[in-house]
Design a protein. Structure first.
Length: 410
């Protein structure tokens, strides 16, 4: 049975140096617990590693058309959102998702937050295929009753060594450092574990976080919210798995895969402003599987990269030199009551360069990680581009300058 969530009341901002106290559970929507928005209800489907089978692609597209507004939003964690859902859609949506394998555990569906290097195993890069780790971790997560106590914001990040997803702010981050070894990072510490133990180690780290959160009594949702003296300790994982602490471990940093071919039998495309119509989603087929990405696109595995020109005719972004590559936006008006503008209608790409994100309010929902151009709607119809006031009619040159100028000059 689907349920709409009550309006979210944010916790008070703590004083400098004081720990954040969460007085209620997180309000993140799920597939069963919906968020009420101005354009209807919203369902967020957790897709570990962004993975969809061909059958699930069809089901998701059908659900968007039959029950929602016909679009699928891709989130900054590679999950999928359906918007415009009616009040009475629960009797249809939940069984539809469950039958397609998109709802394997009703009790754990909001905590299945697993991001993994989307091109892993496809392009010959990386030290290990972390997509396999993601599947095992998801199975272990759903099988652990205690794991249902994790926040819907708690994030596992699995990087195959190329560094494309390490900057996404994971609470528990696994990095493949060799075909048979991984580093597990949490709370500023790291341990080395055998690759075969990596998913088990990630789950043990999450349990250590929950123990620390209970001891702190502050209701922390994320590892970084734990107060001083109550840090989750990866040394507990070391004891459980005979792991070795790595004092100087550094997270690798690398770029995301560019739109285009990924080896001989895969490709990567981006969704304009992070949204796929049902038709564009179906256009990705045939494929062995589709992996939604944190950069609001899709890696299509088991297909001919020669299909890229055809996918471009569907409106997908297929080339790294497209000015729309790296451009994203929040929902904006009319879907969000807090937004000051229809940011999707106002968005202009400028010239290719830094990622740019359009936000309708100061929450900046869905903004990228790392270095990005901040375009924020302002009262009166204008925008702030990296803090500088810009009339809506002058957005294009201002965004171009912000995306292409050296950051040290601004």
């Amino acid at each position: 049975m689907l349920a709409a969530m009550p309006p979210h009341v944010p916790s008070p901002t703590p004083a400098p140096g004081a720990p954040r106290v969460r007085e209620r559970g997180d309000a993140c929507p799920g597939a069963l617990r919906l968020h009420s928005a101005d354009d209807g209800h919203l369902a967020r489907l957790r897709l570990p590693a962004g993975r969809l089978t061909a059958r699930q692609v069809e089901v998701l597209a059908d659900a968007a058309e039959a029950l929602g507004d016909g679009r699928i939003s891709v989130t900054s964690r590679g999950n999928a959102e359906l918007r415009g859902l009616a009040d009475g859609c629960g009797a249809e949506l939940a069984p539809l998702l469950a039958e397609a394998g998109l709802l394997p555990s009703p009790t754990h569906e909001r905590v299945r937050n697993i991001v993994a290097s989307p091109a892993s195993g496809l392009d010959g890069l990386g030290a290990a295929d972390v997509q396999l780790w993601a599947r095992e971790l998801d199975e272990r997560l759903c099988a652990a009753p205690w794991a249902a106590g994790l926040s819907g914001r708690f994030l596992f990040v699995l990087d195959d060594g190329r560094g494309d997803v390490t900057g996404l702010g994971g609470d528990v981050t696994l990095v493949a450092v060799a075909p048979d070894a991984a580093h597990l990072h949490m709370g500023g510490r790291a341990v080395r574990v055998a690759a075969a133990d990596a998913p088990r180690a990630a789950l043990a780290a999450a349990r250590a976080f929950l123990s620390a959160a209970r001891a702190a009594g502050t209701g922390a949702w994320r590892v970084r919210e734990l107060p001083e003296g109550h840090q989750a300790d990866v040394r507990d994982v070391r004891k459980a798995l005979a792991a070795e602490e790595v004092p100087e471990a550094v997270l690798p940093q690398g770029p995301p895969p560019a739109p285009g071919p990924l080896g001989p039998a895969a490709l990567h495309v981006l969704a304009p402003l992070g949204r796929l119509t049902a038709g564009r989603l179906r256009a990705l087929l045939p494929a062995d599987e589709v992996r939604l990405t944190p950069w609001r696109g899709a890696v299509v595995a088991g297909t001919d990269p020669a299909r890229l020109p055809a996918l471009e005719t569907h409106g997908l972004i297929t080339r790294p030199d497209s000015p729309w590559a790296g451009v994203s936006a929040c929902t904006g008006r009319p879907g969000c009551a807090k937004s000051l503008a229809d940011v999707r209608a106002d968005a202009v790409p400028g010239r290719p360069g830094l990622p740019v994100h359009y936000s309708g309010c100061e929450r900046r929902c869905g903004h990228p990680h790392g270095d990005w151009v901040d375009v924020l709607a302002a009262p009166g119809g204008g925008y702030l581009v990296d803090g500088a006031p810009v009339p809506r009619t002058d957005l294009a040159p201002a965004v171009t300058t912000a995306r292409t100028a050296p950051r040290t000059t601004r």
